[in-house]
Design a binder for this molecule. Structure first.
Ligand SMILES: NC(=O)c1ccc[n+]([C@@H]2O[C@H](COP(=O)([O-])OP(=O)(O)OC[C@H]3O[C@@H](n4cnc5c(N)ncnc54)[C@H](OP(=O)(O)O)[C@@H]3O)[C@@H](O)[C@H]2O)c1
Length: 177
């Protein structure tokens, strides 16, 4: 446990910066030849809290038919609409940066931003993201749902580590504060 828990984006992207096709398909991701679980469980063990936007949550609920995948973590879904909390997630509206800063000030492991790009944008603008771990697929989609939305930010990064999982390249950056 530490009081300096980090907010970390861990996400897969195409080389041209898309996290899903326009129709939200991730078929381009699942067909890449990786290695093991491509670093997922190693990262997953370092977090106890999971954040996502409502569209990412909806995608999970539509596609993960067996059970909610992050059951053993504290999971928050950001939305501007009214939703009833479930056994697995709490819905959060209002000042999302304030909420995240409160989370960061509590004891705990690191906090994972699952995505998507819309949720990430205000976090970059408010400079609350500490690290980015981006797993690049050897794919160009040309169009799709962007990882990085246009916004009022310039984020300077420090490259901590690069490794590859067969055809995937994992880029691990720290945000310079
Ligand atoms: N490649 C990967 O590793 C990866 C990872 C994650 C997601 N994805 C994909 O990315 C797609 C979704 O990404 P996205 O960028 O379109 O959407 P997103 O960021 O997941 O969700 C957007 C939604 O989050 C809520 N939201 C965003 N900003 C907010 C704020 N400031 N305050 C309160 N609520 C806020 C809103 O929900 P309401 O409309 O309910 O108000 C908004 O419609 C999905 O297809 C998913 O599968 C891919």
């Amino acid at each position: 446990m530490n009081k300096n828990r980090k907010l970390i984006l861990f996400i897969a992207s195409t080389l041209d910066g898309y996290i899903a096709a326009k129709d939200e398909s991730l078929e381009w991701l699942f067909t890449v030849e990786g290695e093991g679980d491509n670093g997922f469980s190693e990262f997953y063990d370092t977090v106890d809290t999971v954040l996502m936007g409502k569209r990412t949550y909806d995608w999970i609920m539509k596609h993960e038919v067996k059970e909610f995948p992050y059951k053993n973590k504290e999971c928050y879904v950001f939305t501007r609409s009214m939703n009833e909390d479930t056994d697995d997630v709490k819905f959060i509206s209002g000042d999302i940066t304030h909420f995240v800063n409160q989370l960061k000030s509590k004891d705990g492991k690191n906090i994972w931003i699952v995505g998507g790009g819309e949720l990430l944008q205000p976090f970059l603008q408010e400079n609350v993201v500490d690290e980015l771990i981006i797993t690049l697929a050897p794919t160009l989609l040309g169009k799709g749902i962007p990882l990085f939305r246009e916004g009022n930010y310039q984020t300077n990064l420090f490259l901590k580590k690069i490794r590859n999982f067969n055809q995937f390249v994992e880029l691990h950056y720290e945000v310079k504060k």
